[in-house]
Design a protein around this ligand. Structure first.
Ligand SMILES: C[C@@](CO)(OP(=O)(O)O)[C@H](O)COP(=O)(O)OP(=O)(O)OC[C@H]1O[C@@H](n2ccc(N)nc2=O)[C@H](O)[C@@H]1O
Ligand SMILES: Nc1ncnc2c1ncn2[C@@H]1O[C@H](COP(=O)(O)OP(=O)(O)O)[C@@H](O)[C@H]1O
Length: 335
């Protein structure tokens, strides 16, 4: 294989329950991840040395050096090959096309890391299974494993211990309010600790009403059950989000919430038409930088194009074989 392209989804958190800070600086979580049809595309091509380029939405805020999460993932996969006594993979040139807002609480960097893992696994014929890729990914970032898996899943620990959720075969319609600005994930967790100072913080628990709503496929119940402990600190750091959420509520969203550490807000609509109406009205109210619609659940990081250079044994000329899958939002298999 000479080139592999992977499409990878953004996530929202339908529940994000945060426990007290742990000695390692992380917080214990119970979260319900949900992958949605807003995708980055990552292409990995054989090269002499590792490098990365970034284009698209917010590209100017993403490092094009060894700090890029996709390149960290490439190095982590190579280290895993060495740990297994296998020859490490060649250099790769990674090209990232971003549509997921950067530092928006939608795990765009983690998504690119997951996509790079899936692409290099294919490019190097490394042969790791999906769960092995999840394990390698969780050392790169807490949300990387979920971007490999996709669908709807419960995350525990730092968010990296995943169990696919039992859900009805329903497609939900989401409206995203993209904010004019960014929020740093550690800063939002830090603000939560500050707001909780002097209080006992219980260990987080899974919301059984939310899980029951997901099993029933009832969007109204789902909209009423979503929750996020990081919402209050995100609003404290970015007060305009309060206005965005109120606007969505007044416009009849079934539920609205800050996504992860923010500042993107998401709203649940009844159906496709309601989502379009809600998006148009939110846009007209001027309460955010941009509006997008998406559906969920979406599949995790998936190969959409391959180029292979084969030297056919009886002929001197190489031949290029390639395919590209048609883009579509494929709901993940139900657990
Ligand atoms: C808040 C969440 C919710 O899904 O997503 P985002 O809003 O960033 O997308 C995640 O917990 C973000 O996960 P991720 O962005 O992968 O975080 P990491 O790179 O692993 O950690 C960045 C920093 O966030 C804080 N952190 C992260 C995860 C966690 N369970 N507890 C934490 O306190 C720590 O300060 C850590 O140093
Ligand atoms: N490939 C990448 N895509 C996006 N952000 C990246 C990437 N690599 C590193 N980063 C950095 O990670 C930080 C978090 O970005 P992101 O994952 O998009 O947001 P969030 O943690 O809010 O979901 C940003 O400050 C960004 O500069």
């Amino acid at each position: 294989m000479t080139s592999v392209t992977v499409r990878v989804p953004a996530k929202i958190n339908l529940q994000l329950a945060v426990g007290p800070p742990r000695p390692d600086g992380y917080h214990g979580l119970v979260t319900v991840f949900h992958a949605i049809s807003l995708f980055d595309e990552v292409t990995a091509v054989q090269a002499d040395t590792d490098r990365v380029t970034v284009s698209g939405e917010g590209a100017e805020h993403v490092p094009e050096d060894a700090d890029n999460l996709a390149l960290r993932a490439v190095r982590a996969l190579r280290a895993e090959q060495e740990r297994r006594g296998l020859a490490p993979g060649d250099g790769v040139a990674v090209a990232i096309r971003k549509r997921i807002p950067v530092a928006g609480g939608m795990a765009g960097g983690s998504a690119d890391a997951a996509a790079a893992l899936v692409a290099c696994n294919e490019l190097w014929a490394a042969g790791l299974s999906q769960s092995e890729l999840c394990e390698v990914g969780s050392a790169v970032g807490s949300d990387v494993a979920f971007a490999v898996l996709g669908g709807t899943a419960v995350g525990r620990g730092r968010g990296e211990q995943l169990t696919p959720a039992l859900v009805a075969a329903v497609r939900y319609h989401w409206v995203l309010a993209l904010a004019d600005g960014h929020l740093s994930t550690p800063a939002v967790y830090g603000k939560l600790d500050q707001m909780r100072a002097g209080r006992d913080v219980a260990e987080p628990e899974l919301n059984t009403e939310l899980m029951s709503a997901l099993r029933s496929g009832d969007a109204e119940r789902l909209g009423a059950a979503i929750s996020n402990d990081l919402q209050a600190p995100a609003i404290a750091l970015f007060p305009a989000l309060g206005e965005t959420l109120s606007a969505g509520e007044d416009l009849g969203a079934l539920g609205g919430l800050v996504s992860g550490s923010g500042p993107t807000c998401y709203f649940l609509a009844r159906d496709d038409i309601h989502a379009k109406d809600l998006a148009a009205s939110l846009s007209a109210e001027g309460v955010c930088r941009a509006v997008a619609t998406a559906t969920g659940p979406a599949a995790g990081a998936s190969v959409i194009a391959l180029n292979a250079l084969w030297r056919i044994f009886w002929g001197p000329r190489p031949c290029i074989l390639s395919f590209r899958r048609k883009s579509s939002s494929v709901p993940s298999p139900l657990a």
